[in-house]
Design a protein around this ligand. Structure first.
Ligand code: PMP
Length: 374
């Protein structure tokens, strides 16, 4: 296949999972910010606000999730909320279970709060349940963290059957399941699967964000949990960030009120769906022997390259060939059997975020990757 003009010698960045810059709705956000700052709440949203977040946004989300507004906490992005959650739930030495691989910054956050983070192997339909049961037989975790839809980094979606098994295990062993769902709404094909919270809300904490649906710079993320937990987290938020960023939270409400959310989501799907198709096609064309879970949405596909490659060397050679990759080792936690430290896992793992690249760049990037691997 011919290389396109965009393919050229420009480095191709398969690195951060960020929205496409051309998809960031600056005009719409500007309109919303202006409207809220000049509206009846214009001054109060410039004041120190309640740490649970902007009440109209909590109300809007409480309707979406069919919970009460006091089960909602809106914070400065979802990673901020995961940090608060970690501060509250993790005692030093506690185990936190994650999918293996998992979101690198979440792993770091849990470790920083003193957790021993253990990875349960992720299969093409969710975690390996035998391995999970084995882990639970050894120790009850402070919580288990999963990204059930279009997982970061693997692109995997947990099946309905495994979701049911997870909530059953959480009820039996009495631990929290933290479901992180920032990509859930970005489904380009197929049918949506119920949330863990839809199956059993007693042990589920749902975390999500507008970073991928409107803009990450707004720093608006939220958490849905039982009231008692939300109260404690709100107190913790008050002691750390002092006040929520009300202007952007109010702008998110305005964005919904004006109907921008639905139209923007549609534009995102239209932009991203062909990019997913492009990466799937390119992988099948240029790396036909590498198996991968084909996602139906989100930002990521991932592959595991054949064992014999020296991974650090591969990353260096990729860079020379104009292909910047993220070191896959950051996505790995310690394994249950203790056979290896996490630093020695994730070699040959390559995450390929596809949303911020054009189909032409994607094809050229995968072509370069295949050449480097060969
Ligand atoms: N969770 C996952 C799974 C993510 O991929 C990201 C962003 N890369 C976040 C959380 C952080 O999102 P936010 O901008 O809301 O902090």
């Amino acid at each position: 296949m011919q290389s396109t003009s965009q393919g050229g010698s420009e480095p191709i960045l398969f690195t951060r999972g960020v929205p496409a810059v051309e998809a960031l709705p600056n005009q719409l956000i500007s309109t919303c910010l202006q409207a809220v700052l000049e509206g009846p709440d214009g001054r109060s949203i410039l004041q120190y606000g309640h740490n649970g977040g902007y009440l109209p946004l909590r109300r809007l989300l409480s309707e979406q999730y069919a919970v009460s507004a006091d089960q909602l906490l809106v914070g400065n992005g979802s990673l901020h909320l995961q940090d608060l959650l970690s501060a509250l739930l993790i005692k030093p030495g506690d185990v936190v279970l994650v999918e293996q691989p998992s979101y690198d910054r979440a792993i770091k956050t849990f470790r920083r709060r003193g957790a021993k983070v253990i990875g349960i192997p992720l299969e093409h339909d969710g975690v390996n349940l035998q391995a999970l049961e084995k882990a639970l037989a050894q120790q009850t975790p402070a919580f288990m963290y999963i990204v059930p839809d279009f997982q970061n980094p693997a692109g995997v979606t947990t099946s309905a059957a495994k979701r049911q098994a997870l909530v059953d295990l959480a009820a039996r062993h009495n631990f929290w399941l933290v479901e992180d769902i920032p990509y859930r709404t970005l489904r380009y094909k197929g049918e949506s699967i119920p949330l863990l919270r839809d199956l059993d809300d007693r042990h589920t904490i749902t975390v999500s964000s507008f970073s991928k649906l409107i803009s990450p710079a707004l720093r608006v993320g939220y958490l849905v949990a039982p009231v008692e937990l939300v109260k404690k987290l709100t107190a913790l938020a008050e002691d750390t960030t002092l006040a929520p960023v009300l202007p952007t939270q109010a702008a998110v409400v305005e964005f919904h009120k004006r109907g921008y959310f639905a139209s923007n989501l549609e534009s995102l799907k239209q932009l991203y769906a062909p990019r997913l198709q492009a990466i799937v096609q390119a992988l099948k064309t240029y790396l036909p022997n590498v198996a991968f879970a084909e996602p139906e949405g989100g930002f990521f596909v991932s592959i595991t390259l054949p064992e014999q490659n020296d991974y650090s060397d591969l990353l260096a050679r990729a860079k020379q060939a104009g292909l910047i990759l993220t070191d896959g080792r950051g996505f790995f936690a310690d394994p249950l059997d203790g056979s290896k430290n996490h630093e020695h896992l994730g070699e040959n793992f390559v995450r390929l975020p596809f949303c911020a690249l054009t189909p032409e760049q994607i094809e050229e990037g995968v072509r370069r990757l295949a050449a480097v691997v060969a």
